[in-house]
Design a protein. Structure first.
Ligand SMILES: *[C@@H]1O[C@H](CO)[C@@H](O)[C@H](O)[C@H]1NC(C)=O
Length: 504
């Protein structure tokens, strides 16, 4: 409400400019993160040969699974480290400079991974992925800060969706390039391609201004902040002054809050409703862990279900294209329906898709056409994830916890989620092999790793998760304290930005 009224028609060109800047920064800075996580999926056969060569042809299939799993999943460790580093760096040197450091890291890591191919050094490729994950996290976190702090409140929601959007789109690019009929046969080109957008992302950030909030609040430089506001929002003198006074008010409020009750991790152990909010957030995020093995290995899973390699690559690609489309639809749809209902129903579809995969893969020994159930399952899984499960899980923790503890809750929940993701995703492929060595379908491993935990999460969430869409944080806390008998009626017709204001 606040944002729309202050934007006049003359500022519509400013809005267009800001949306364009946001898209330019997001797609170039996030490119490698999406691309390099997705191409190993479809190009797995070529990487098998590469890895075998770098072990002088001594690699047996089970060792391949362990090593390839380690190479891919080192991502989680790097991303966690990068996330921890990014906050102090961005606070000290600024959001834009932090983004440049992340993007420079992207250039170096893309170059290293490209070098690792002709040098035939598998550990160099693994090291490049570690560096890539650290810099991806730094880029991602500083990008979100920069975009959010430079936009008027009416555009803040859209801006934070850009990062996720860029991730899904570049994921699709990666999976297409990884197909053997595209670049999948040529690892040098496939890995080297990431260098171009990385260099571009480094150059493009250069002329951008530092975030106005950072300049004002951390640097205490009101002149530079005004210049930056003019750059991002075409703000006139009056708008600049309003922005400055609002921002200063915000800090004085924050400052007071910090003095009175500093947010501590231990509050989550002491205060029941904080503990419950955090736990429900972690359970919601747990439902997203099965996407990682699918992003990394869907082609391999399909091949092992006896689907020919070409079709398998095609299905993995199609699944990611569907996912991209679903994310766009999800952005529009998510704010229109009950958060609780939409999350729980799509999570149920998501887990059912895994069950369908296991059943189809197990039955294909007896009925050959059952293997096509696997294709349907992979697509259903991708779509239900991108449409609702993924996006909602990413922000539900923030909605369940009051502002004073929101940032801490979010980072604790993500940290726990990434650690669990690492473990689950790392052991999936090797255990797949192990089960297959007993003559069973390897997909049975989904049952203990993803299906049973998924069902447990859904049951607990169905019982305890309060509705959060358009509900004030005070009422959410009340719902968490009083348990499932207390149901809050959501108010009607609220947009994302109204919600942000209400939630505070
Ligand atoms: C690696 O190459 C050797 C010899 O060509 C072969 O026996 C082995 O199966 C290969 N390993 C993998 C994982 O493909």
């Amino acid at each position: 409400e606040m944002g729309t009224e202050s934007r006049t028609s003359s500022s519509s060109s400013a809005t267009t400019k800001l949306l364009l800047y946001g898209a330019l920064l997001s797609f170039s800075s996030i490119f490698q993160m999406g691309y390099s996580n997705a191409y190993p999926n479809t190009s797995i056969e070529t990487f098998k040969v590469y890895l075998n060569d770098s072990f002088d042809g001594q690699l047996d299939p089970p060792s391949f699974s362990w090593i390839w799993s380690a190479v891919l999943n080192i991502w989680f460790i790097g991303f966690a480290v990068g996330s921890l580093l990014s906050v102090p760096i961005a606070d000290r040197i600024g959001r834009k400079s932090c983004l440049m450091i992340g993007n420079a890291g992207n250039v170096i890591s893309a170059t290293l991974s490209c070098l690792a191919i002709p040098l035939n050094l598998w550990w160099l490729y693994m090291a490049s992925r570690l560096l890539f994950a650290v810099s991806a996290a730094i880029s991602m976190n500083s990008l979100i800060l920069l975009l959010q702090e430079s936009s008027p409140s009416s555009l803040r929601g859209t801006m934070s969706f850009y990062a996720e959007m860029a991730f899904v789109v570049t994921n699709a690019v990666g999976v297409v390039c990884g197909m053997r009929i595209v670049l999948g046969e040529n690892l040098l080109l496939l890995t080297g391609l990431a260098i171009i957008p990385a260099v571009f992302s480094l150059l493009i950030v250069w002329p951008f201004h530092e975030s106005p909030k950072f300049l004002l609040l951390k640097r205490k430089d009101a002149e530079a902040a005004k210049k930056s506001l003019r750059f991002y929002q075409n703000a006139d003198a009056e708008e600049c002054d309003r922005f400055l006074s609002e921002a200063e008010e915000e800090t004085s409020k924050d400052g007071k809050m910090d003095n009175e009750a500093p947010a501590s991790v231990f509050d989550f152990l002491r205060v029941p409703h904080l503990k419950k909010g955090l736990l429900l957030g972690i359970l919601s995020l747990q439902l997203t862990t099965s996407i990682w093995p699918i992003i990394y290995f869907s082609t391999e899973f399909l091949v092992r279900a006896n689907i020919d390699a070409m079709t398998a690559e095609g299905v993995s690609t199609l699944m990611l294209l569907f996912s991209t489309l679903s994310t766009v639809i999800g952005m529009v749809v998510v704010e229109r329906f009950s958060r609780r209902k939409i999350f729980l129903s799509f999570a149920t579809i998501n887990v059912s898709a895994l069950i369908l995969f296991v059943v189809s893969a197990s039955l294909q020994h007896w009925c050959d056409s059952c293997k096509y159930g696997c294709i349907a399952a992979i697509c259903l899984h991708g779509i239900s994830y991108s449409l609702a499960v993924g996006p909602i899980a990413w922000f539900i923790t923030a909605e369940l916890v009051p502002l004073s503890h929101r940032a801490t809750a979010q980072s604790v929940a993500l940290c726990i989620n990434q650690s669990l993701g690492l473990v689950f995703s790392f052991i999936t492929l090797p255990l797949y092999d192990l089960i297959e060595s007993f003559g069973l379908s390897g997909s049975l491993i989904f049952i203990p790793l993803f299906i049973i935990p998924g069902v447990i999460c859904i049951v607990i969430l169905a019982w305890q998760l309060p509705e959060t869409r358009g509900v004030k944080i005070g009422d959410i806390v009340k719902a968490l304290q009083e348990g499932p008998s207390h149901r809050v009626k959501p108010r009607r017709a609220v947009g994302r930005n109204d919600f942000e204001l209400d939630a505070i």
